[in-house]
Design a protein around this ligand. Structure first.
Ligand code: TXA
Ligand code: MG
Length: 319
C-alpha cells in the first residue's frame, strides 16, 4: 500500500484525481488548493457547480487554517465523533478556494476514520477535497469494483480497499450558526448528536429559498431501475400485485418474508439488522443493476436512528 500511496500523492501533486476508500463511501479526491483539479472533479462527476465538496483532513488542528470563528462547543462533537462519519459545515477562511465551497461562505470538513484515507492525506501533507466517488445522481460507491466500473477510466488512480465498513455517507451538520442543524442525515444519528449537544436539530425542509445544503436539492442515489417503497403493513398485498407482471423484480426486505415468485430475480433480506442494511444498500443497488432488475421493491423502515438517513436515501432513489 505504501507504494500505491506514493503514486497517489504524485498524481495529486500533478493536479490529478485519486479515488480512495473511507469508512462511509469511497471518495473522489483532488488537492484542495488546486482549483483546476477541483474543476476536474465537477467535470468527471458531472456534478452541478453549486454543490460544494467535503474537505478531508487528517488532524483537527487543520481546522484552524480552514475556518473562522469555529464554535467552541463543536469541539465536543469532534472529541466524540472524529475521526468518523460526521462532516462539519463551518465559516470558511479565505484560504479555502471558492470552487470547493461552491461560492458559499462556509466549508464542509471531515476527518475520516480510515487507515488508507488518513495515510493519503498525511502523505500529501494537505487537505483533500472529495465528494463521493460516483457520477452525480447515481448511488455512492462502497466497493472498489464499483468505483473502478463507474469512474476508473476518468481518474488517475483508484486506491484499493475493503468494502466501506459503514456504507452510508457522513452526517452533514451546520455549525456555522445557531442552532447547529443537520443538513444531511447520515451515519451519526440525530439522537447521538443530541446526547452531546441537546440543542442540535434537523434543518427545516424547503423553508428557506437559500439552499442550505445544495446537494439536497439535486437528484441522488438512483440505480438504473425503478425503486418502489413498500410499507411493511402493505407488504404481502403489494408483492402479490407484482407477482404476475412481466417485469424482472428485485426485492429488499428489512423484516418480511420474500415469496418465491418466478419474476423475482434478485432478493436480499436484512433480517432486522440496521447496520447491515446501511452497509449494503448501495452495493445491492449495483448488484440489482447487474441482475437486470427492472423494478426494485424495498421495505421501508421507521425514520429514527440510522433509519432517518436510510429512508432519506431510499426516498431520493425512488423519487
Ligand atoms: O461520507 C461522506 O460524507 C463522503 C465521503 C467520501 O467522505 N462524502 C460525500 O460527499 O458524501 P458528497 O459530495 O457526496 O456530499 C457532500 C454533501 C452534499 O450534500 C453537499 O451539498 C454538502 O455535503 N455540503 C458540502 N459543503 C457544504 C456547505 N458549505 N454547506 C452546506 N452543505 C455542504
Ligand atoms: Mg455524493
Amino acid at each position: 500500500m505504501k507504494r500505491e500511496i506514493k503514486k497517489a500523492v504524485r498524481f495529486l501533486k500533478q493536479g490529478g484525481l485519486v479515488c480512495f476508500p473511507t469508512e462511509t463511501v469511497y471518495g473522489l479526491g483532488a488537492r484542495l488548493f488546486d482549483e483546476q483539479a477541483l474543476q476536474k472533479i465537477f467535470k468527471v462527476k458531472n456534478r452541478p457547480m453549486d454543490n460544494p465538496l467535503i474537505v478531508h483532513i487528517s488532524d483537527p488542528k487543520e481546522l484552524k487554517m480552514l475556518t473562522q470563528n469555529f464554535p467552541k462547543s463543536a469541539f465536543k462533537l469532534i472529541e466524540k465523533f472524529w475521526p468518523g462519519p460526521l462532516t462539519l459545515v463551518c465559516k470558511k477562511s479565505p484560504q479555502v478556494p471558492a470552487m470547493a465551497s461552491a461560492g458559499l461562505k462556509t466549508v464542509a470538513i471531515r476527518m475520516p476514520n480510515h487507515k488508507t484515507a488518513l495515510e493519503l492525506i498525511r502523505a500529501l501533507g494537505e487537505p483533500i477535497a472529495a465528494p463521493s466517488a460516483n457520477i452525480s445522481g447515481r448511488p455512492s460507491s462502497t466497493r472498489y469494483q464499483d468505483v473502478v466500473r463507474e469512474l476508473g477510466d476518468k481518474v488517475n488512480l483508484v486506491l484499493k480497499g475493503e468494502q466501506s465498513e459503514l456504507g452510508l455517507e457522513s452526517t452533514v451538520l451546520d455549525v456555522s450558526r445557531l442552532p447547529f442543524r443537520v443538513l444531511r442525515p447520515g451515519f451519526v444519528t440525530l439522537e447521538e448528536l443530541k446526547e452531546v449537544l441537546p440543542n442540535i436539530c434537523l434543518a427545516a425542509k424547503g423553508k428557506s429559498k437559500l439552499a442550505l445544503s445544495p446537494g439536497i436539492k439535486h437528484q441522488h442515489y438512483k440505480p438504473n431501475c425503478k425503486v418502489v417503497l413498500v410499507e411493511p403493513q402493505n407488504w404481502e398485498e403489494t408483492l402479490e400485485e407484482w407477482q404476475n407482471q412481466k417485469i424482472r423484480l428485485g426485492v429488499f426486505s428489512y423484516s418480511k418474508k420474500i415469496p418465491n415468485f418466478k419474476n423475482i430475480v434478485f432478493n436480499k433480506m436484512f433480517h432486522g439488522n440496521k447496520l447491515e442494511m446501511a452497509k449494503q444498500l448501495y452495493s445491492y443497488f449495483y448488484d440489482a443493476e447487474k441482475a437486470k432488475v427492472q423494478t426494485l421493491l424495498v421495505e421501508t423502515i421507521e425514520q429514527k436512528g440510522i433509519g432517518l438517513a436510510f429512508m432519506d436515501r431510499l426516498k431520493r432513489a425512488s423519487a
